[in-house]
Design a protein around this ligand. Structure first.
Ligand code: ZN
Length: 258
């Protein structure tokens, strides 16, 4: 078992656990650098407030593609909060059967988000791309020049060719344990360069054993990646920490210095 100190959960919905404040405190106590993504801009102030009191948790400003059909009206609010954060997400596109009907409005919202991020500069964006890898990459290519912001593809399940294209666009990938249940995804993840990998739980939407995953459960992802690459878990943990550091570059917020 690897220690949780200094691990990275770059996509977790801390505000969707039964007790948000406790979930933040547990991530902090575990020493896991946790990006608390939000699904609606209305959730931003409270997430930001709780994260600000910690060393390891940061909040991201989101508008989830699965909620865009009902929440597109909150885009003004999203705009208003953007200057308060370096981190954006969860945003992106979902072309799965349940959400395909809102794909046109999702595209408009995602384009807007990327354009505002490009104007602002320096944002780090965690992006959802269910059944929409190609359109998501088209949007990133069109609206977010690599020098204007960084994208982390969360739970990416595109093809190897799409992953290669994403790498060319400068994207990082946050990997969770559920992705590694499918041989095709395992093959795609194994082909990714180690220096573009982050880890995530996407809790509470994934399970570890019978309960919803928590940030400290990224240990499972670290162990799976260590087996895939035949290196020690500690090597994966250190690599992911380095990757987070280079992703954030001159960043002032999450600073995994030790
Ligand atoms: Zn999510």
């Amino acid at each position: 078992m690897v220690t949780t100190k200094g691990l990275v959960d770059f996509h977790c919905h801390l505000d969707l656990y039964p007790d948000h404040q406790v979930a933040v405190q547990e991530a902090e106590n575990a020493g896991v650098f946790t990006l608390a993504v939000t699904t609606t801009p209305r959730a931003w102030p409270r997430n930001h407030e709780l994260a600000q009191r910690t060393r390891h948790v940061r909040a991201a400003l989101g508008l989830h593609p699965q909620l865009v059909a009902e929440r597109a009206g909150e885009l003004d609010l999203w705009d208003r909060y953007l200057s308060e954060t370096r981190y954006v997400g969860e945003v992106g596109l979902d072309a799965g059967p349940r959400f395909y009907k809102s794909i046109d409005i999702q595209k408009r919202v995602f384009q807007h988000v990327l354009q505002r991020c490009a104007e602002a500069g320096g944002k780090v964006i965690t992006v959802h791309s269910v059944r929409a890898a190609k359109i998501v990459l088209d949007h990133i290519e069109s609206y977010l020049p690599p020098a204007r912001g960084k994208v982390v593809l969360h739970w990416f399940t595109g093809t190897k060719a799409e992953a290669t294209r994403a790498l060319e666009l400068g994207c990082y990938f946050s990997i969770n344990a559920a992705m590694l249940d499918t041989p095709r995804h395992v093959a795609m993840v194994t082909a990714l360069p180690l220096n573009k990998l982050l880890t995530e739980t996407d809790g509470p939407f994934t399970k570890t054993g019978l309960r919803p995953s928590r940030p400290e459960d990224v240990t499972v992802v670290v162990e799976l990646l260590s087996r895939l690459h035949n290196v020690l878990p500690a090597t994966i943990a250190e690599t992911v920490r380095c990757n987070l550091r280079s992703l954030l570059d001159h960043g002032e917020q999450i600073s995994p210095s030790a």
